[in-house]
Design a protein around this ligand. Structure first.
Ligand SMILES: [Zn+2]
Length: 322
């Protein structure tokens, strides 16, 4: 199997149905409307997707639950020959479960540590502001990250509904995170087109773009992304599931890569999109025509762009070439 790395994955969105069923039993909640007998999430449009997502996320109610979730997510990554993963976590969820930002981060970090001690997988946390929660909420997330540093929190980003608000409204949040020494990434070019990607680059100072694939709509922008060496966190399975493109054959991954953009393969909210990191690599092989050596190249690109210290990066890169 090809060694893999994951740069774009949301912690609640990665909750496997098996774990959610366990949580549902623990809290005596009926989840039969959102999980099928075959252990698959049930949804058919954006509203029912959000409904399933919210109900399952609501079953993680304590720091211990978040430890178990992070452990499960990283353990499953390791089973797919993934040696490094970054996970998006939102401080909004700390308030929801009645704990502090630091307690939530410590819980997730301890789950990653447990997975690390069993499989050696290396993990980091990217704190994300949720765009549709508004500018103040996103800035608060950035301030929390700066105020309460944690060794596994190495990045800051923006997730949520890309159609809400103006990119430049979030410039300050990114500046706070940058001053705190964090790596920067942001969702753009998924629900919105090339202009959104251009604005994200201009106003956020990011080195990686979450999705970014709709940059393909503007050849000048594609050229700029290639020239500036920005890294695209592509999530093809998610894109097809959410109908960003009609099918894998029309996905621009290969065109972007051939234009010189640095591409990586990621799973986003894997069980919701009936995917996994393994499947993303399989999709790239089957539909985009890459061989194992080229697939490993995407892993190397991901590790080169990872929000880690030089020593860890070196160690991870050595694992890729062993
Ligand atoms: Zn995402």
């Amino acid at each position: 199997m090809v060694i893999k790395a994951e740069l774009h994955c949301h912690i609640e969105g990665a909750a496997h149905p098996e774990l959610v069923l366990k949580q549902a039993q623990k809290y005596n909640v009926d989840v039969s409307a959102i999980i099928s007998a075959e252990n698959q999430y049930i949804w058919h449009d954006f509203t029912s997707f959000i409904g399933a997502y919210d109900l399952s996320a609501s079953l993680f109610r304590s720091p211990q639950d978040y430890h178990d979730l992070a452990y499960d997510v990283f353990h499953r990554m390791a089973e797919q020959d993934c040696i490094y993963g970054e996970i998006f976590a939102s401080p909004d969820h700390a308030a929801r479960i009645g704990c502090t930002y630091s307690e939530l981060i410590s819980a997730i970090a301890s789950g990653i540590d447990t997975a690390n001690s069993k499989s050696g997988i290396e993990g980091r946390i990217i704190v994300v502001g949720v765009r549709h929660e508004g500018v103040e909420s996103v800035e608060k997330a950035a301030r929390d990250v700066a105020k309460y540093p944690h060794k596994l929190v190495t990045g800051f980003g923006i997730a949520g509904d890309e159609r809400v608000g103006d990119h430049k409204d979030f410039t300050k949040a990114f500046a706070i995170a940058k001053d705190a020494g964090l790596g920067l990434t942001g969702h753009a070019g998924e629900l919105c087109g090339a202009q959104s990607v251009r604005d994200a680059i201009d106003h956020w100072g990011i080195t990686r773009i979450g999705h970014g694939v709709r940059a393909i709509e503007d050849p000048g922008l594609v050229e700029r992304i290639a020239e500036e060496g920005l890294v695209l966190e592509a999530c093809p399975g998610s894109n097809i599931s959410l109908e960003v493109f009609p099918d894998f054959k029309s996905h621009p991954f290969r065109t972007l890569e051939e234009a010189g953009c640095k591409m990586t393969l990621n799973s986003d909210d894997p069980p919701y999109f009936h995917t996994s990191l393994q499947r993303e690599y399989d999709i790239a092989r089957e539909f985009f025509g890459y061989n194992d050596e080229e697939l490993l190249g995407f892993t190397i690109t991901a590790i080169e762009a990872a929000f880690v210290d030089g020593e860890t990066r070196k160690r991870l890169l050595e694992k890729c070439t062993q």
